[in-house]
Design a protein around this ligand. Structure first.
Ligand code: SAM
Length: 321
């Protein structure tokens, strides 16, 4: 059942994470080629009629797009949409956490690859870890829940910090999630050796903290397997697209910053939904296109479940990570 839409609102990002974007940046899409908020709202309304219950706003860096708080408020008024969440690098959260909460944001994912400010700067290209930590605290104070902190674990870069990051869950009811390093973004910085598989992360955590309790899968949750360290308030999540194929249980579709519909992160093709919206098609006709894409996703899932992961030439910041 496809019930989850990831919506990229921009291809712009203020960070240059070594594994995501080349340091010199990427060619940017002209504003006229990016979906307007009105177009996105129309798409979400059509999606909700087809069973979409959760929208995650992403990018690029979604908080860079002007009017994002207004947009979240508009999404919040769509009947039948149960959950609006956001993925951000957190740099603008010290100022924006409260307005986002007031606009109706239900949960937030904040990227946090390191607790060491120097390493954070090395990874992201910007000296802003302190702002991100303040941003996380601002979300806590504003009452945004759940707060999920995402770390892409890269051997030789930040893998030594896994236990330190996980131990944040002793003090706070945050989710600390470890994401396997995927060969997207043209395989920039990626090699099989740099991937730290989840078996290894589980071993490291249990040797440091003792046996972990596995928790039931979240309703409308993504592909994370969730665990609790003994005595912890929060949750440790493991997302393992490289070592565990989860195509069979995938419940999501994506709209890229350029207004393309992608039914799989690793698919080379996308449907130019922006052109369909701008060519005067009715809601009914757009819905038929979305339904056919979802039927095709279901057909492709069985086959994809046997494939191993491959390098994708699409950049995460353009698809919407
Ligand atoms: N700017 C926002 C942020 O930093 O969270 C949203 C966009 S970013 C592309 C979304 C997520 O994709 C981040 O958590 C990032 O770490 C993750 N990501 C990017 N490249 C990745 C890769 N090669 N493997 C795994 N995750 C990746």
């Amino acid at each position: 059942m496809v019930n989850y839409l990831r919506l990229s609102v921009t291809d712009r990002c203020n960070l240059r994470c070594i594994y995501c974007v080349p340091r010199e940046g990427l060619p940017l899409v002209d504003h006229s080629q990016i979906l307007t908020y009105e177009e996105m709202l129309r798409l979400v309304r059509i999606g909700v009629q087809m069973g979409i219950k959760k929208v995650r706003i992403t990018g690029g860096e979604p908080l860079l797009r002007k009017g994002i708080v207004w947009f979240i408020g508009e999404l919040n008024s769509i009947e039948g949409l149960e959950k609006i969440t956001l993925t951000t690098n957190g740099v603008y959260l010290p100022e924006m956490a409260r307005p986002l909460k007031e606009a109706g944001l239900k949960g937030i994912n904040i990227s946090l690859d390191s607790l060491d400010p120097r390493l954070f700067k090395h990874i992201t290209g910007m000296d802003c870890q302190e702002r991100v930590i303040r941003g996380i605290e601002a979300c806590q104070e504003a009452g945004i829940h759940p707060i999920k902190l995402n770390s892409v674990v890269i051997r030789g870069i930040n893998d030594k910090e896994v236990t330190q990051l996980a131990s944040l869950t002793f003090e706070r009811d945050w989710h600390v999630r470890f994401i396997e390093f995927m060969p997207v973004s043209n395989g920039i910085f990626w090699s099989r050796e740099r991937v730290v598989g989840h078996k290894e992360i589980l071993e490291r955590l249990s040797s440091e903290f003792g046996p972990l309790e596995e928790l039931p899968h979240e309703n409308l949750g993504g592909p994370a397997r969730c665990f609790r360290l003994r005595g912890a308030k929060g949750i440790v999540g493991l997302i393992s697209p490289v070592t565990h194929n989860f195509c069979e249980s995938c419940n999501r579709i994506r709209i890229t910053a350029r207004g393309g519909l992608k039914t799989c992160l690793f698919s080379a093709s996308e449907i130019p939904i922006i052109q369909l919206l701008r060519s005067g098609l009715s809601d009914h006709e757009i819905r038929s296109v979305l339904e056919e894409a979802i039927r095709e996703k279901k057909r492709a899932k069985k086959e994809a479940a046997t494939h191993s992961i491959r390098i994708s030439s699409d950049y995460m910041s353009q698809i919407g990570g």
